[in-house]
Design a protein around this ligand. Structure first.
Ligand SMILES: [Zn+2]
Length: 316
């Protein structure tokens, strides 16, 4: 059996699964916030042991960890996760190996999401896949030639900071023109709040400028509101530029898009993105590149961590 632990900003998802992906047991609990990383890890290990005790005697072969970046994968440390108070350079994988007496493998959430959509979701059967998510920032996981591509010091996949405009908008990372500054959940929300029309449909739906989010723009766009449709067009333009670059650079069979694009669906985002990419690559490249929505939805945290554990077994 495999055990998955997905550490989110507010919740930790624990999952016990068979290697074929069948989930045996799952649980969720608040993310421990004692201020002391060692105590936090002990709390998580207790919850993991409690779940593993439901395995009825079957042994645990590996533990997969899904953690918000940045991580140092060469040292197995969590560098400075945004939502874990007091965590600096925590050797999380080693601590959990001691606690659980089992091999532990760790990935950031973008890499883990790519593994999960590849194993259990929209990308099953592909050899080359790009997974992109736009929740707060923009993260990507790359499956190249049938395995996760980590790059130097495990830092591959920072597609959110590829320039799609120059000099362009300021990005939270300090650079300008980054993809994340246009389509990342936080940046796009800020843009929408700043630009929303005073008497417009989006502001009316949200009930206040500070409450505007991507979901209001999607709703207004489905009602054919012109301002909302223009915002989606802008979103698709910048994301399309990045996808065309990826199509040339990595030649994936499938690009799997999560969060905002998955919520927007075919008409608002996926079909325009497919058309944009088809118009900006060579004609023979477009027909065998699929651009699809992520499939795992709310199951993603459970599937991600299990997919990381599965990869541990396959690469040893
Ligand atoms: Zn950036």
């Amino acid at each position: 059996l495999l055990l998955g632990i997905d550490i989110g900003g507010t919740k930790v998802a624990y999952t016990l699964a068979r290697e074929d992906g069948e989930i045996v047991a799952r649980s969720r609990a608040s993310t421990p916030q004692t201020g002391n990383p060692k105590s936090d890890v002990e709390i998580m290990a207790d919850a993991a042991r409690a779940l593993a005790s439901e395995s009825a005697g079957e042994s645990l072969t590996g533990v997969g960890l899904c953690v918000p970046g940045p991580l140092d994968l060469t040292r197995g440390t969590v560098v400075h996760p945004p939502n874990l108070v007091g965590w600096e350079e925590v050797p999380l994988a080693a601590w959990l190996e001691d606690e659980l007496r089992c091999s532990v493998r760790m990935e950031n959430d973008a890499n883990a999401g790519a593994l999960a959509e590849w194993r259990y979701g929209a990308g099953q059967g592909a050899r080359d896949l790009v997974y992109l998510t736009m929740s707060t920032g923009v993260g990507a996981g790359l499956i190249v030639d049938g395995r996760l591509h980590r790059g130097r010091r495990g830092t591959a996949g920072e597609v959110g900071h590829v320039a799609v405009d120059w000099p362009g908008e300021s990005c939270a990372c300090g650079l300008r023109g980054c993809l994340e500054a246009y389509v990342g959940g936080r940046a796009w929300t800020e843009h929408l709040r700043g630009e929303a029309e005073a008497d417009g449909r989006v502001l009316a739906l949200a009930g206040g400028r500070d409450r505007i989010g991507p979901e209001h723009v999607l709703t207004a766009a489905r009602e054919q509101d012109a301002w909302a449709l223009a915002q989606i067009e802008r979103f698709n333009l910048y994301l399309g530029r990045a996808l065309a670059q990826l199509a040339f650079t990595l030649a994936p069979e499938i690009v799997v898009l999560g969060t905002i694009v998955a919520a927007a669906g075919d008409t608002l985002c996926l079909d325009p993105l497919r058309q944009y990419v088809a118009d900006h690559v060579w004609p023979h490249q477009a027909p065998d590149l699929r651009i699809e929505a992520a499939q795992l939805g709310e199951d993603l945290p459970h599937r991600s961590a299990v997919a990381v554990a599965l990869a541990l077994g396959e690469e040893d």
